[in-house]
Design a protein around this ligand. Structure first.
Ligand code: 0YR
Ligand code: MG
Length: 373
């Protein structure tokens, strides 16, 4: 399985339903920024990071893959993923400028490509290669009904459809207005409409500070919030630990953390209850498994963040015992050969060989952006 070529690509895929907002981000397209790695025996693996489709920064990722990683990969045995992962992560000049950010997103794309390749070579879906499934059904929760840019009636409409038509039992709603009491009022109306038996998680996307969070949580506690995701600035371990002690609402985070070490620091500080790694921000499947094992060792549940819109996480979640539930956002699934789809509130178990990370020829035709001007 010698590596013959490493070809980066950039796809910008419009989000279904137009542009959306959370407290921090506005998104009209999702960036699928990654690479195809081909071996001499003609098998190709695909992997990508998920971005906000900002072409100049997407090109930093693809030029890292093309100019820095590809020369380290060509001619290597693609099946030796752990060794190649360390070779790229620890390459001294890249370690000097990297270990997080652009180089890490690029390494995520390479790592996922190598796992996709390995599973294709074995002729099995990734969850099977990793050791087989630990669950017969994997529950999904719906984020797409709860954007901050949606009105309360629109969220209630979407939630009812998700529950009654698509079988979801779990939804997530964004919070983060300048006045947190606006969010309390929104959540009260939503909880009243969905009733007590639907799991309601919320997501602040790192907007608020500790005093606002404490005020908000005191009012939101009676609403049976399943978790409060990214309440505070992403790297602020101490404030998360203080909030976790101050409220009965479980704290969730991880979508903005780049490394195993960052997760360990939060876990050691008692600063989170739900662990939310992302294969597209951690350095791929390799590091996400490390984080899921860390969580398991502390008996903390894991709910991966869908930076790849759950195409790859669905494999990890069916396999790893610490992952009971997975995020569902339908934006880009139809761009892939095997879409990560939900039926009756549960993810379909992937059946095709690989990591479900290969975009279709149609997707490349419609959504490709140039790597340079
Ligand atoms: C925009 N999921 C998230 C949107 C999502 C964002 O980036 O996808 O809200 O990353 O917080 O939990
Ligand atoms: Mg989030």
């Amino acid at each position: 399985m010698r590596i013959r070529s490493v070809e980066p690509f950039i796809l910008h895929i419009p989000v279904t339903g137009g542009s959306i907002c959370d407290s921090t981000h506005q998104v009209s397209h999702w960036g699928v920024v990654g690479c195809r790695i081909e071996t001499e025996d003609g098998i190709s693996g695909y992997g990508y990071a998920g971005t906000h489709a900002h072409l100049p920064s997407d090109r930093l990722i693809t030029s890292c893959i093309r100019d820095c990683y590809a020369p380290l990969l060509i001619g290597e045995d693609a099946s030796e993923i752990s060794r190649l992962w360390l070779k790229l992560l620890r390459h001294p000049p890249l370690q000097w400028v990297g270990r997080a950010g652009i180089t890490h997103l690029a390494l995520a794309a390479v790592d996922v490509s190598l796992w996709d390749l390995k599973a294709k070579k074995a002729g099995v879906p990734l969850w099977h290669l990793l050791g087989g499934a630990t669950k017969s059904r994997l529950e999904a929760y719906n984020t797409d009904i709860g954007w901050l840019s949606l009105s309360v009636p629109a969220i209630i409409d979407g939630a009812k459809r998700a529950i009654e038509v698509d079988g979801f039992r779990r939804i997530k709603v964004k919070v983060g207005h300048a006045d947190p009491m606006v969010d309390v009022a929104r959540l009260e109306a939503i909880r009243a409409a969905i009733g007590p038996n639907i799991t309601l998680a919320i997501d602040g996307n790192g907007k608020w500070d500790l005093p606002i969070c404490k005020r908000f949580c005191a009012k939101a506690e009676p609403l049976d919030i399943f978790w409060f995701e990214e309440p505070l600035w992403y790297d602020d371990i101490g404030s998360h630990a203080e909030l976790a002690r101050a409220t009965s609402i479980p704290v969730a985070l991880g979508e903005q953390l780049y490394t195993l070490d960052a997760f360990r620091a939060f876990v050691q500080a008692g600063a989170l209850h739900w662990v939310q790694p992302d294969v597209t921000r951690l350095a791929g499947i390799t590091e996400t498994v490390q984080v899921a094992d860390l969580a398991l060792a502390h008996r903390l549940p894991v709910a991966p963040h869908a930076g790849e819109m759950s195409q790859v996480h669905v494999h990890l979640a069916y396999w790893h015992e610490a992952i009971p539930v997975l995020e569902y956002i339908p934006w880009i699934k139809n761009a892939f050969l095997e879409p990560a789809d939900v039926k009756d509130g549960h993810f379909l178990k992937p059946q095709q060989p690989g990591a479900s990370s290969e975009p279709s020829a149609d997707a490349f035709r419609h959504f490709s952006r140039p790597l340079s001007d």
